[in-house]
Ligand binder design. Structure first.
Ligand SMILES: Nc1ncnc2c1ncn2[C@@H]1O[C@H](COP(=O)(O)OP(=O)(O)OP(=O)(O)O)[C@@H](O)[C@H]1O
Ligand SMILES: [Mg+2]
Length: 312
């Protein structure tokens, strides 16, 4: 299947998509690689960035060898970001390898992240897709919050669902911290902790709290609703699990007052790990499966559909 871009991109800066999760091992690397492959197949120039500080492995998902050149060269100021962009065997797709030597100290300051973001915005690409790794670390959250599209990955496992809600709470708190006075934020943390410790039956409504308190300097919920987090439920094995995204969306709205879009459900498919073993991404090895179709629909939905014309 080949796709042709009808209208050349007029964007000056690339659109940046971030992929993260509350729990590890839920498929971030598989999903970010598959998004990158699909968007590049649609005719866009894509750079995949491995920013998983706990251990970079996007190269494995892409079926290529790790490179000596990686983000350490950039963060240690010896190379520019453009210098460490590597080619892949896949047309339109380049990548930036993450810290390969995760055992070495990684000391990144907020100022480095700010510069990293500026450099990402100047990179020669239509789309930059970042595998952000797991969890609520400050640097991950800092980048995730800024992304033009934010993908949050869960599986249907209860442990993953629970950690996804923890991630949503951390995202809210981290955004509020940036947009409040230290006093107001400190008080919110105190009230929230107290609420949790006493396990009160009522959910803690951030919205209600903000309405009754001063010191928060923007309309938090309006901002979050403008660009909702895109939830992807990965490794689904039944039609019931396909529906999970809808219930998680309702829970996020009811308990956290945030909009979570249910972007896609992705099948569990043994071909994913089998093709990893063969060092070829499953979407390349098997481009015409329902799994490929799910990524294609998702990416077309995320990109302006009028920009593309499919030539099948
Ligand atoms: N839809 C799927 N069907 C079958 N296997 C999958 C699927 N998604 C991911 N996997 C497999 O699950 C394992 C974990 O996936 P992956 O490495 O992408 O998760 P991750 O969230 O990036 O993990 P980590 O938190 O360690 O970075 C891999 O072996 C991958 O092949
Ligand atoms: Mg990963």
């Amino acid at each position: 299947m080949e796709f042709e871009k009808v209208k050349p991109s007029e964007k000056l800066a690339p659109c940046i998509w971030g992929v993260s999760s509350g729990k590890g091992g839920v498929g971030k690397t598989f999903i970010s690689t598959s998004l990158a492959l699909t968007v590049s197949k649609l005719g866009h120039k894509v750079v995949l960035v491995d920013f998983d500080l706990t251990g970079a492995n996007s190269h494995t998902a892409l079926g290529i060898d790790p490179s000596h050149m990686n983000l350490r060269h950039y963060f240690e100021s010896t190379k520019s970001l453009e210098d460490i962009v590597l080619n892949t065997p896949h047309p339109n797709l380049q990548y930036i390898q993450g810290f390969w030597d995760a055992w070495g100290p990684v000391s990144i300051e907020t100022s480095h992240i700010n510069q990293f973001w500026k450099d990402l915005k100047n990179i020669d690409a239509d789309y930059v897709i970042i595998d952000l790794g797991t969890g609520f670390y400050e640097h991950h959250m800092n980048i995730f919050k800024r992304c033009d599209e934010k993908f949050l990955i869960t599986t249907p496992e209860p442990t993953s669902i629970e950690k996804t809600y923890r991630f949503v709470e951390s995202l809210i708190c981290s955004t509020l911290k940036e947009n409040s006075t230290p006093d107001a934020f400190g008080k919110l943390m105190y009230v929230l902790r107290d609420h949790r410790q006493r396990i009160l039956p009522e959910p803690f409504s951030f919205k209600k709290y903000l309405l009754g308190h001063e010191g928060f300097i923007f309309d938090h919920f309006e901002q979050l609703s403008k660009k909702p987090v895109q939830l992807i439920v990965n490794s689904v094995r039944s039609p019931q699990q396909m529906e999970l995204g809808h219930s998680m969306k309702s829970v996020a709205c009811k308990y956290y007052d945030v909009s979570l879009e249910f972007a896609a459900a992705i099948d569990f498919d043994n071909a994913v790990w089998q093709s990893l073993r063969n060092r070829e991404p499953v979407l390349v090895a098997q481009p015409f499966t329902p799994l490929s179709g799910q990524f294609l629909s998702l990416c077309k939905h995320m990109i302006d559909p009028e920009e593309l014309r499919a030539v099948v």
